[in-house]
Each structure stands twice: as structure tokens, then as C-alpha cells.
Ligand binder design. Structure first.
Ligand code: GCU
Length: 673
């Protein structure tokens, strides 16, 4: 019975099993294979066996029906593809050579592993195996998952059970599941994982915990995955090993250097530190009147001799900034452009508030040309209905990545910024995804949430990839290749995030979720200790209208964007409708392009969101004949919840906004019960 554990690596029998067998009778691997090459070969054997029933054997010589894996150093000269140098250390070529030979070539063993997964993806999605000509290299260097996993095995904003890291049993017990985790990530090209929560604890950097992290690093290493740790800025002070955590104090810098040396002794390929500092009560350099750059550079100097990096987060906001929380990161970081050490990346959330169902891109993208900016997406759906609601995030990630920052005359998308288009060559590039992984059977809390892990990984490899193509590829491996069913599943996925936006926060509304847990509507909350935690701070609805004025007449957050963009968005008539109330406070009877008043449009959007949720459920019901019973039922159960909660959102928001606006419901919109 299908329970989702195998993710997209199911390798079920395919109808062209004969063709697959013909192309994969045996595998030729380099002599003395590394653990990474062994993993690649094992995956090919497992995959082919699953798809055809016949496991390929080992061969020593290329010939018809062999898959030949190798680097330019190990392949027979005639089989080395042209242009290998351009592939870099992690790229691969998968191509059909003369004589019925399939070549998987790369410059490193990790590249071979990625190539093996690419071949398996081709085989399991029905690609023509006789004419393969794939060549692919990652556009970003650091493709990293951020686990918000605590040392007590709870997961901050995790909706898929407890942490997969069984800290108690580590380092002695290495759960087999870690290998499956590594396989899934390697299949996407994810090459790094931050094991612990950004809200970090000092203990993680003590010897017993480093031994646990080292055991995980040992398991993940063959799959090309490096381990990173979230570091609490005040660690040496809290461990009582220094008298301060001031980054400019020599004893503090020396402590971190020694700590880095200690870490690299047990994890020789340690990736580096992720740091949340001076954010939401976390300690940081500003506690000592030092800047983010002072703090980041001090840590960077400690890991630099070992080749490590520091990923310094730009998610900062404070109660002392009561005007507009959206502006603080830019205000603090933009002046530091060019001041960060060469091995620091500033990690910026996709939008300026906090992983809302829809946000404009963060104004720092394009505004710090001398600093590598790392994208941070949230794969776990803190604000999009947890793992209960179906919301495919590929479209959301794509929307941000394709947004034009207008920081260059010819256009400059966020993806290009992240790829380093502005920076000096040689500086690191990267993307982080806040993981939605836990120890539930499905890993992600629902079958469809696996697609978000998948889409994140594929976009980290190629930020300009198409979310639709990714959805199709995922669904074909995860559910079925039957074209009608595939069309239906992809259609559901492509509509799903917009449905959520409509029933939660249409037209640019944001942060009106329940306090703390962020699930369900609470636009009426106004009495929390910090103004910027109250939903009313964000929607600003009153008798006069609704929306957050971020034009010059308001907070002027718009001035943080490129002048051309700021000019366009200064006028509600040239502001994209999906962002209207993000940037403008407008009267309830403001005329919308549809001919409706703003109030009527808003009410209609909430209605539409419910209709879309109902449509998702109906579409899934129609797919029953194509989906195995257990997974069909699992998804159907959640879609029932989603419909109910979409109605809850609609009713609560309409009732509340109606009470504030004092207006009757527009014709055709049903009154909340
Ligand atoms: C959000 C989230 C927190 C998290 C924070 C962060 O505010 O609700 O749980 O710690 O983001 O990204 O640091």
C-alpha cells in the first residue's frame, strides 16, 4: 500500500520496461568506486529493478545496453563528452552515445550521482532513452535546507511530526532514514543542510552535540551534502567561556576560531554557520553597538581558513520600529553593502514581512550589488494552512524569482541577483529553503507538501526553471504518468496557491492570521504588547478604507525599491492588483478595474477562494480512478478540511471587515452564518 514514504523516488513498473531494460542491462563504474559512486550505482540498480523487475549487473567494458559512469579521468577517451570544463564541479552530462551506450559523465563523483538521478528521472517520466542529450549544471553553489529543528526534537513551524534527527540516539545510532533523506535531497541537487533551528542554543556547539552532527555528516557526505549549524551569537558568553560576546573583543574572536578548528576536526567538510542575530530577541553584535558586518565578519574569519561560509540572516525587525516593520532590514543592511567578508552571504527572505501567502520581493534584492544575497524561502507552510491545505509553492517561488527589480536598464530579476549577476565573480551564491520535513511517514505532513520540497530543490538548482514543468515532473514520478490524470493534478497544483491567497489575504492583505500559531483568521486582534504583532497594524481597516499606505504619504517603504518601480507603485492604478493593499490605503468604494468597488472586489475574492478550494476537492474526486486508494483518501481528507477552513477564513474576514466598513455585503455574496 502506498504511504508516501518513498517520496518521488518510487520506481514503480513502467509500461516501457523493455526499453529501460535494453538501456540498462549493466553498469560500468570507475574502478575503486568512492562511496558516492557506490551510491549512484546502487540508486541505478534500485531504480531499474523497480521499473523493470530486473536489476542491472556490473560490467567492466562499455557496450550495448550499458550505462557508463565516469569522469574525464576514468572514462575511455572516446566517451568523454565535449565541453566538460563548462559543467563545473557539480554538473553532469547524460547522453546516448553510439553503440547503445548511455554515458553519465561529470567532473566529480557528486556530479555522477546527480547524473544518475537525472537518468532515473528521465526513465521514470517516460523520456526517450535512446536519444538522451542532457547537460546541466547548478546555477547556485549553496543549495541548502534550513531545518528549524530543536534539540528536544520539536520543530519550530514544523507540521510533519518531530524532527527526523534522533538526537538522543545519535551519534551511535544512525537511523536508516537519514540515508533516504540524503537520497531525496541528492536527487534534487540539494548540497547542504543546516541541522538546527535559527533560534539556536549554545549547546549545539559543545563537544557531545558536535559528535552527533558529525555522525550525520558522515551519513550525508557520500550524497554530496554538507552539514551546517545555526550558531547563537552569544554562545561563548553563555557557556561561560568568555566574559562578553562582543565581536570585536579579541577573546571572543579567538574563542570562535578555536571552536571552528574543533568543529573541522570532527567534520572536515563542515559548511559553516547560519546566524539569526538581533532579530526577535536573539542576541547579536548590536548588543555591543557593533554592526551586522562586524558580527558576520568575525565568524567568517573563524571558518575562512577551513573553507566555510557564514550565512547571516537579514530577517530583522524590532518593536522600536513602529512605523513599518517591512522597512527595517533594508535600513540596517543596505548601508553595509560591500562591508561583508568574502565568505559571508546575507540571507534574505523572499519578501519584506514574513513568508506571507503573497508578498512583493524583498527590496534588498538588487540593492546590495557588492554583497552575495542568498534567497530564503519557507517550504514549510507556516502562513499557508500548515500541511493541511494544498498549496503548491512552486508558483510562489517562481513569482519572486522572476520579479524584475528594475535595478538595471535591461531588467534584473531576483533570480539573476541571487545567481550573482551584480556581484564580483568568485563570490558564493545560494538559496535556502526552510524545510517541511519531519518524521511522519510522508516526511512532509501530506503527499502534496512533498512537491514543495521538490520544487524548492529544483529551483535552487535552476532559479529560472518553470514551476509548471516542475509540478508535472514531480506528479509523474509521485502519482501517475497517465496524461489525463497528470493534467488534472498539475492544474490543481498550479491553482492552489492563488486559492489560498484569495481565501486568506486577497489584494495584498497580509499578516492577519491568528496570533503566534498563524493558523486561521484573526484580523480583529489589536491588543498585543507589540504593535507590529497585531493584524490591525497590517490591514489598517477603518471606516475610511483599508490597506497599508507605503507610498510617500505613508511609510514610504516604496522608496526602498528602484525608482522606476517605486514610481509605478506610487499610483494605485499602476500597482499590480495582487499587491494593491500592500502599498495603498484605499477607500472602500475605490473603483477597481473590474468595475466593482474595492469592498465588492474584496468580498468577491474571498468567495472565489472558497470556490477554488471546492474546485480542488472536486478535481481530486474526479481523479480517484487514477490514484492508489490510500493516498487518494489521505488527500481527500485534507481537502475537506481545506474547504471548511477556506469558508472559515471567508466568513470571519467578511464579517470583520463588514463591521469595520459599515457596508452591506455586495449583491451575490452570501452573509456569514
Ligand atoms: C517567523 C516565524 C518564527 C521564526 C522567524 C524567523 O517569524 O514565525 O518562528 O523564528 O520567522 O525566520 O527567524
Amino acid at each position: 500500500e502506498e504511504d508516501g514514504y518513498e517520496l518521488w523516488l518510487r520506481y514503480r513498473p513502467v509500461r516501457e520496461a523493455g526499453v529501460v531494460t535494453r538501456h540498462a542491462r549493466s553498469i560500468v563504474a570507475p574502478a575503486n568506486p568512492s562511496p558516492t559512486v557506490r551510491a549512484a550505482v546502487a540508486e541505478l540498480r534500485r531504480g531499474v529493478k523497480g521499473m523493470t523487475g530486473r536489476e542491472p549487473g556490473a560490467a567492466t567494458r562499455p557496450g550495448a545496453g550499458t550505462i557508463v559512469l565516469g569522469t574525464p579521468a576514468t572514462l575511455p577517451a572516446a566517451l568523454v563528452p565535449a565541453g566538460m570544463a563548462a559543467l563545473g564541479p557539480e554538473g553532469y552530462v547524460v547522453h546516448s552515445a553510439a553503440g547503445g551506450i548511455t554515458v553519465i559523465a561529470a567532473n566529480s563523483d557528486t556530479g555522477l550521482l546527480y547524473g544518475a538521478f537525472a537518468w532515473l528521472r528521465a526513465a521514470s517520466t517516460g523520456a526517450a532513452l535512446a536519444g538522451l542529450a542532457q547537460r546541466s549544471a547548478p546555477k547556485l553553489q549553496l543549495r541548502v535546507l534550513n531545518h528549524w529543528d530543536n534539540l528536544d526534537r520539536t520543530v519550530e513551524r514544523g507540521y510533519a511530526g518531530e524532527s527526523i534527527w534522533n538526537w538522543w540516539a545519535l551519534p551511535d545510532v544512525r537511523d536508516r532514514r537519514y540515508v533516504d533523506y540524503a537520497r531525496a535531497n541528492a536527487s534534487l541537487g540539494i548540497n547542504g543542510t543546516v541541522l538546527n533551528n535559527v533560534n539556536s542554543k549554545p549547546e549545539i556547539l559543545t563537544a557531545p552535540w558536535l559528535a552527533k552532527a558529525a555522525a550525520l555528516a558522515d551519513v550525508l557526505r557520500p550524497y554530496g551534502i554538507r552539514v551546517y549549524l545555526s550558531a547563537r551569537f552569544s554562545t561563548p558568553l553563555e557557556l561561560k567561556e568568555t566574559a562578553t560576546a562582543d565581536p570585536l573583543a579579541p577573546e571572543v574572536a579567538a574563542w570562535w576560531r578555536a571552536k571552528a578548528d574543533e568543529i573541522y576536526r570532527v567534520i572536515p567538510d563542515f559548511g559553516g554557520f547560519l546566524v539569526k542575530a538581533n532579530s526577535e530577541g536573539q542576541p547579536g553584535p548590536q548588543d555591543y553597538r557593533r554592526s551586522h558586518a562586524d558580527g558576520a565578519n568575525m565568524l567568517a574569519a573563524a571558518v575562512a581558513p577551513h573553507g566555510g561560509v557564514v550565512m547571516w540572516r537579514a530577517f530583522v525587525y524590532a518593536a522600536e520600529n513602529p512605523v513599518d516593520r517591512a522597512m527595517q532590514a533594508y535600513d540596517e543592511f543596505k548601508p553595509l553593502d560591500g562591508k561583508f567578508a568574502a565568505n559571508v552571504l546575507v540571507q534574505v527572505k523572499n519578501g519584506p514581512i514574513d513568508f506571507q501567502p503573497r508578498e512583493p520581493f524583498h527590496p534588498l534584492f538588487g540593492a546590495m550589488p557588492a554583497t552575495p544575497l542568498m534567497m530564503e524561502f519557507q517550504v514549510t507552510k507556516e502562513y499557508l494552512g500548515y500541511a493541511t491545505h494544498l498549496a503548491y509553492l512552486g508558483t510562489m517561488f517562481e513569482e519572486t524569482l522572476r520579479a524584475d527589480t528594475e535595478r538595471s536598464p535591461g531588467g534584473l530579476t531576483v533570480a539573476q541577483v541571487v545567481e550573482g549577476a551584480q556581484g564580483r565573480p568568485g563570490r558564493p551564491t545560494g538559496m535556502a529553503g526552510v524545510a517541511n520535513i519531519g518524521s511522519e511517514r510522508t516526511w512532509s505532513g501530506s503527499h502534496f507538501d512533498q512537491a514543495n520540497w521538490y520544487a524548492y530543490g529544483r529551483l535552487a538548482w535552476d532559479p529560472q526553471a518553470s514551476s509548471r514543468a516542475i509540478a508535472r515532473e514531480w506528479a509523474a514520478q509521485t502519482f501517475t504518468r497517465e496524461p489525463r490524470a497528470l493534467d488534472g493534478i498539475v492544474a490543481m497544483m498550479m491553482d492552489s496557491r492563488e486559492a489560498v491567497v484569495n481565501y486568506m489575504t486577497p489584494l495584498g492583505l497580509h499578516h492577519i492570521m491568528g496570533t503566534g500559531h498563524h493558523h486561521g483568521p484573526a484580523p480583529w486582534v489589536a491588543d498585543l504588547e507589540r504593535p507590529d504583532w497585531n493584524p490591525v497594524y497590517y490591514h489598517k481597516a477603518g471606516r475610511d478604507g483599508i490597506g497599508f499606505d507605503r507610498t510617500a504619504a505613508g511609510s514610504n517603504a516604496l522608496a526602498q525599491y528602484a525608482p522606476s518601480l517605486a514610481r509605478k507603485y506610487a499610483d494605485p492604478r499602476t500597482t499590480p492588483e495582487p499587491l494593491l493593499l500592500w502599498f495603498h490605503h484605499l477607500p472602500w468604494d475605490y473603483p477597481m478595474p473590474s468595475g466593482r468597488t474595492l469592498w465588492a472586489e474584496l468580498a468577491n475574492r474571498y468567495d472565489q477562494g472558497v470556490a477554488q478550494a471546492q474546485a480542488l476537492r472536486a478535481q481530486w474526486t474526479a481523479l480517484r480512478p487514477y490514484i492508489d486508494a490510500r493516498r487518494h483518501e489521505d488527500v481527500a481528507t485534507l481537502l475537506d478540511v481545506q474547504v471548511r477552513e477556506a469558508q472559515w477564513w471567508r466568513d470571519a474576514c467578511l464579517a470583520y471587515f463588514q463591521s469595520v466598513s459599515g457596508r452591506p455585503l455586495p449583491p451575490g455574496v452570501k452573509a456569514p452564518p
